[in-house]
Ligand binder design. Sequence first.
Ligand code: SF4
Ligand code: F3S
Length: 106
Amino acid sequence: TFVVLENCIRCKFTDCVEVCPVDCFHEGPNFLVIDPDECIDCSLCEPECPAEAIVPEDEVPDGQEHMLELNAELSQQWPVITRRKDPLPDAEEWNGKPDKLKHLER
Ligand code: SF4
Ligand code: F3S
């Protein structure tokens, strides 16, 4: 499966959702996740993210292993998103900021 990493938080560019053939992105207030039970590993979403926040599960960086569980958990709670929308207002400013997990809204 592919995984959305912390750098999506407070950016939510949403370019990723348009290309997913199986609609496995789920949307929260300031973050998106991938449903690991639905993802077919097509890899189409990875290059679409301006924040480089999507990676295959075997390339999750050290220190972000918790994002695997978080994608699985939140994808069961949040609705599916299939259409691109405007990024969050300060997306460019937040892109690349460290330690964004504390800003996650559920
Ligand atoms: Fe969807 Fe493919 Fe990305 Fe998985 S890898 S989330 S199936 S676009
Ligand atoms: Fe997030 Fe990147 Fe998609 S910032 S919403 S994973 S395009």
